[in-house]
Design a protein around this ligand. Structure first.
Ligand SMILES: [Mg+2]
Length: 246
């Protein structure tokens, strides 16, 4: 493998915690439950998904695909939840702070000429608002997130589509990329997109080390701030420092 030329990173629980204020997430989860139940998804299915609005959304969509003959009704549910999600994500985005250690690493990567692409299941607009509020927009080259259109149905992570799009946007192929995320879905998406360097971050993950390893994590770190410790990055970041000092 050659040197790392591009970093693809997840957003939620990797760079930030979108719903630090539990109140927003709870209201979001309740509205998802109400809406899905109103469209015929059994409450048991929704409650079995736990408290996360996204798991409820995924479970409901999967249930509809399996049990609902009318594909349009399934798509309508998907879009209804997308509309709900963006409201709560934008509300949360106004006050979300990047995790400690994220900003300096983004600066180091930029200094070394390594583009950073955010690959997120969150709404692109919400991710961009967070970056703007944290004065970090200039440190991120592209945001590939959830858009409001038909094409998004079923292509979010763990599917590789967003990761593949991110590589294309950055103009790099999988062999030069390093993927960072906190979830099993991130690792699966990266693996399917043929990215071999896959790093999982534990601190804010809801998965265990074992689950992340099984999903394809090659390396496990605690936080994004520890990325420069990776041998494959240390070299490129160090070279950039050295040439600047000359
Ligand atoms: Mg995440």
């Amino acid at each position: 493998m050659g040197p790392v030329e591009v970093v693809l990173t997840d957003f939620e629980r990797t760079l930030v915690r979108m719903f630090e204020d539990d109140g927003i997430e709870q209201r979001f989860a309740e509205e998802v439950l109400k809406n899905c139940a109103g469209r015929g998804v059994p409450e048991g299915v929704l409650k079995a998904a736990g408290g996360s609005p996204y798991s409820r959304w995924t479970r409901a969509h999967r249930w509809m695909l399996k049990h609902e003959q009318d594909r349009l009704a399934t798509n309508r549910l998907y879009h209804a939840i997308t509309r709900i999600a963006i409201v709560y994500e934008m509300e949360a985005a106004k006050s979300v702070k990047l995790f400690d250690g994220v900003y300096p690493v983004l600066e180091q990567l930029q200094f070394a000429g390594i583009p950073v692409v955010i690959v997120s299941n969150n709404a692109t607009a919400a991710v961009e608002l967070v970056l703007e509020k944290n004065d970090a927009k200039r440190l991120v080259d592209h945001v590939v997130g959830r858009e409001f259109n038909d094409k998004m149905i079923g292509i979010l992570k763990p599917k590789p589509n967003l990761v593949v799009t991110a590589l294309k946007r950055a103009g790099h192929d999988a062999g030069t990329a390093l993927l960072v995320g906190d979830s099993v879905d991130d690792m699966r998406a990266g693996r399917k997109a043929k990215i071999r360097r896959r790093v999982a971050l534990l601190e804010h993950s809801t998965a265990t080390k074992l689950q992340l390893r099984r999903a394809g994590a090659k390396r496990i770190l605690r936080t994004f701030g520890e990325l420069p410790d990776l041998p494959e990055l240390r070299r490129v970041l160090h070279n950039a420092d050295a040439s600047a000092g000359r």
